[in-house]
Design a protein around this ligand. Structure first.
Ligand code: TRP
Length: 435
């Protein structure tokens, strides 16, 4: 579960969303969203999955046969496919940066680093080529079933990524001018909070924990009877949070030290990293910076791939199990679809930058649609299902492993799943529409 949760959402998305919404105050809302909205939904999905012992569609069919709840299965197939489209564009960026790291491109004289990302992203072909590479690797793994290999590899890469981020954090906070970035992350300015900020915090929590689309549900269907649902949810949430906060402290001080705009949007991290590695090359030694950057981008790529694979797998499972398509055809169909939508997203940083809906580029539109609306909607329905449709004794049995653990906190968690979480999401939805 941590493998699916930890990905570009932590390292790329978290820092830039924090930057777009004014820093520390957003982080506080994010913490609240994680524990009061996202964690209960994580638990709700786990309960459905372990009780239903199947994918989203199958579990719901088993627990509530012949009801309209089956539509929930459909919703949870649409969102990961859309997410995969733009996720693989960003995955492509990390492929590009891995190539650059391997070519020692970050250790060139400083003036060549200026505008590195801007030049790359506004060109037409380069981003599309690496997007294609990323989606093809994802498709290859899903088709070839070499997931085991990739998952084992990710067990090595996750700790490596963790280590690299720590090194970068230490380096970044020591840069001259970094203090402003640190205080940006720890000194809240509550005057900046709006309904949109709160929705964005919720959206980030959902995205980062892979909630609302049945990924957690499906994984939970493989959980053993004696594994504790609460503990695994809490463990995943804390690990995920740790990666995100560390990424914030790796990026934001450098953003301020380099005089960049924290609200620059999806390119923020990819703009700041060349600066960091370049400086590192000057103050330590070029080869040290090169090695750190290579390991860093390789591990990001693996983390992104494990997440992307989990998204494509949802669609493939649905198309092959419910619609009778062969696995090959399903993968082909999804690859062509996500590639095409991804190309549009990629071009929206260059030639299609002018195409905007309510001020948002194609990329931002799809991302906001999924993270801020579709994922929370999915989560909302999952908690309603557990809180109001499933019989309470069944829910209690799953949560407490038939009375063997966590019996005392069950009441509180059940209350949050039944009332607090759904009402909280609803209030955010409505206030976002009105204000
Ligand atoms: N959580 C992953 C990340 O942080 C992305 C991800 C994987 C995801 N599967 C998902 C997001 C399903 C939403 C839904 O990078």
């Amino acid at each position: 579960m941590a493998g699916s949760a930890i990905g570009l959402g932590n390292i790329w998305r978290f820092p830039y969303v924090v930057g777009e919404h004014g820093g520390a105050a957003f982080i506080i809302l994010y913490l609240l969203s994680c524990f009061l909205l996202a964690l209960p939904i994580f638990i709700a999905e786990s309960i459905i999955g372990r009780r239903g012992r199947s994918n989203t569609y199958g579990s719901i069919k088993k627990l509530a046969p012949g009801t309209a709840w089956q539509w929930l299965g459909l919703l949870t197939i649409v969102s990961p496919i859309i997410i995969l489209s733009y996720y693989s564009v960003v995955g492509g960026w990390s492929v590009e940066y891995l190539f650059k790291a391997l070519a020692f491109d970050f250790t060139v004289p400083e003036e060549h680093i200026e505008g590195f990302f801007g030049r790359f992203i506004s060109s037409v072909w380069e981003p599309i080529i690496v997007h294609t590479i990323f989606i093809l690797i994802t498709a290859g793994v899903v088709l070839g079933g070499v997931k085991n290999g990739i998952e084992k590899f990710s067990k090595i890469c996750m700790p490596l990524l963790f280590l690299m981020i720590i090194i970068i954090v230490v380096y970044s906070v020591l840069l001259p001018g970094a203090e402003k970035g640190i205080s940006y992350l720890v000194k809240p300015d509550f005057s900046k909070l709006t309904a949109q900020t709160a929705t964005a915090a919720m959206g980030q929590a959902f995205f980062s924990l892979s909630l609302g689309v049945g990924t957690v549900l499906t994984y939970a269907s493989y959980m053993k009877e004696d594994e504790k649902i609460f503990a695994s949810g809490m463990g995943t949430a804390v690990a995920d949070l740790l990666f995100a906060i560390l990424a914030g402290f790796a990026i934001m001080p450098a953003v301020f030290a380099a005089g960049m705009e924290p609200g620059a949007g999806p390119g923020l991290v990819f703009d700041a990293l060349p600066f960091i590695f370049n400086q590192m090359g000057h103050t330590s030694a070029p080869w040290i910076s090169a090695i750190i950057s290579i390991i860093f981008f390789l591990s990001i790529l693996v983390a992104a791939l494990t997440s992307a694979i989990s998204m494509m797998e949802v669609g493939v499972a649905y198309l092959s199990e419910e619609k009778g398509l062969s696995r090959k055809k399903a993968v082909l169909l999804l690859t062509v679809f996500t590639w095409t939508v991804g190309v549009l997203c990629s071009l929206s940083f260059g030639p299609l930058a002018g195409v905007r809906l309510a001020g948002n580029s194609i990329f931002d539109c799809l991302d906001k649609l999924c993270s801020n609306w579709l994922l929370p909607l999915g989560g909302f329905l999952f908690t309603l299902f557990v809180g109001w449709k499933m019989p309470k004794p069944d829910v209690r049995d799953e949560f407490t492993n038939r009375g063997r653990c966590n019996t005392r906190i069950f009441k509180t968690v059940y209350f949050i799943m039944r009332y607090f979480a759904p009402v909280g999401i609803l209030i955010l939805f409505i206030s976002n529409l009105i204000f």
